[in-house]
Structures are given as structure tokens and as C-alpha cells.
Design a protein around this ligand. Structure first.
Ligand SMILES: [Zn+2]
Length: 237
């Protein structure tokens, strides 16, 4: 539920100070939920309720959603998995989702390109800004861009490559670290932060990749400046 514009969760256990702090940080990073009302959720039916309609809904074959395999990886920060979990549940507070919930937004445009409606699929996959970021990494790995309709199919398509060893490990970090930084940049711009050019965001992404591998030997013998400024040489050695 939301209290004073912030996400609030009633946990079944008492959180330690550390856990509470991590939860607060996560809520801050996901961004404020402006416009949400501080009241309990309730259940409503789309249109007039009828037993027939209800029966049809119940009997519709459930679509198998198998995104759990992409979440809660030890090597991926919990906050990133949580963001993806929210995306896969169509609950990321993008402008289209806020409007769908009846919340007024000033304009519905993507803050990254200012051209198209802001939806989760647009900001992460179809926006020119994000496309530039993805293309940088795909080109380095010599892999062609495969247009995906949504994030789940994008994750599914990520396994189609012939990479091995260190490159494979890096590849499977990229699909997590890129959306995370795109979302941080989107939030920063939404709340009047300084816009970062694509090249600047790429640097931050590469820094995060180094951090996520810091307790492994993936970048053993490679300097930080080589990772930041000679990315191609990392991938092709
Ligand atoms: Zn855009």
C-alpha cells in the first residue's frame, strides 16, 4: 500500500535495522508514487459484474508466465531483481501506468526522447536513447539487435548467442545492469535531474558491471581504465 506517497509494505516479520534501511533505499530508488491515495486497495470489476463474465474469466486458460528464472540471481543486486519483478508484473510507475490508474500526469511523453508515450517497453526497448545503449554492447559482442515486443521476450531472446567464458558472464550482467541504469536516468530526469548523455550513462553502466564482478576473477589482470575506455578490447581478448 501507499502512505504519504511512499510505498509501504506490511512485512510478516520484524525487519532488522539493516533490512529496514535497505527497504527504504529501494523505495527511494524506485521513485515516489506521486498522486496515489493513502487508502486501502479494493477490488473492482471491469464493467457490470455477472456470473457468466466471472465464469469466463475463471475458465480462460492462464498464460504461462515464467519470468522467475530471470529473477533473484545471487550475482544481481536484489533491488535490480525487484525492479524487474515490478516490470514483469506491469506495475512500474511509468506515465502510462499512472494514467491508467487515473493519476494525472503533466504530459505522457518519454523523458528520454520526448517523442513517444512513456511505457515500460518504450523506455527500456524502443526509445532511441536506450537503443543507443543496447547497440553499444551488442555491437561490441558482434550480435545483431533482435526487436522484442516486451521485456520478457527480450530476456528470453538474450540466450541466443554463441558466447562463452568471460564474455558470457558479462553478457548476462548487461541485460540486468542496462535497464537498471535506464530507469535511474528516467527517474533523475523526471524529477528535474541533469540529463546524462548516452556516453555518460555507458560509463556508469560499465562501472556497475565492474562492481558486480568485484568478488570474482572475471576482470582479473584488466585495468579499470581499459574496461571504461577500451571496452571492445575486453570483449575480443
Ligand atoms: Zn523515449
Amino acid at each position: 500500500m501507499v502512505e504519504e506517497g511512499r510505498l509501504k509494505c506490511a512485512f510478516g516479520i520484524r525487519l532488522s535495522d539493516q533490512e529496514q534501511m535497505e527497504w527504504d533505499l529501494l523505495c527511494n530508488e524506485l521513485g515516489p508514487y506521486h498522486g496515489f491515495e493513502d487508502r486501502e486497495d479494493n477490488v473492482s470489476f471491469d464493467g457490470d459484474f455477472s456470473v457468466h463474465k466471472c465464469y469466463n474469466l475463471q475458465s480462460t486458460e492462464a498464460v504461462e508466465v515464467n519470468f522467475n528464472k530471470f529473477l533473484w540471481k545471487n550475482s544481481v543486486p536484489f533491488k535490480v531483481s525487484f525492479m524487474l519483478w515490478v516490470i514483469f508484473h506491469d506495475s512500474l510507475p511509468t506515465k502510462d501506468m499512472l494514467q491508467h490508474r487515473g493519476i494525472e500526469v503533466q504530459d505522457g511523453l518519454c523523458v528520454l526522447c520526448k517523442q513517444y508515450e512513456e511505457t515500460a517497453d518504450h523506455i527500456f526497448l524502443h526509445c532511441a536513447y536506450s537503443h543507443h545503449i543496447w547497440s553499444y554492447f551488442l555491437k561490441a559482442f558482434n550480435i545483431s539487435w533482435v526487436g522484442a515486443r516486451d521485456m520478457l521476450s527480450f530476456f528470453e531472446s538474450w540466450k541466443f548467442n554463441a558466447l562463452s567464458g568471460r564474455n558470457k558472464k558479462i553478457w548476462w550482467k548487461i541485460i540486468y545492469v542496462v535497464p537498471w541504469h535506464i530507469w535511474l536516468e528516467r527517474n533523475s530526469r523526471t524529477f528535474a535531474g541533469r540529463p546524462k548523455e548516452e556516453e555518460e550513462l555507458l560509463m556508469l553502466i560499465k562501472q556497475s558491471i565492474v562492481l558486480w564482478f568485484c568478488d570474482t576473477n572475471v576482470f582479473h589482470g584488466i585495468s579499470i581504465s581499459q574496461i571504461l575506455f577500451q571496452w571492445d578490447s575486453i570483449v575480443h581478448t
